[in-house]
Design a protein. Structure first.
Length: 61
């Protein structure tokens, strides 16, 4: 069984890279792009690349 403790994601974000995640709340057909500063955005991908489908959202308070 695969155990994801988040270490790989933390290592990717540390130098300033976003990560892409999907949760039960992620709208169908999109993924959530999480930026190192805590902001996030829903995006979709197709053969032309990445497309934003929401504005940048601030971190939850």
């Amino acid at each position: 069984m695969f155990n994801d403790d988040g270490e790989a994601a933390r290592e990717h974000v540390a130098p300033g890279n976003p990560i892409y995640v999907s949760t039960p709340d992620t709208p169908k057909g999109t993924v959530e792009k999480r930026f190192p500063d805590g902001t996030r955005q829903f995006v979709r991908f197709d053969l032309q690349g990445e497309h934003a489908v929401s504005d940048i959202m601030q971190p939850d308070a």
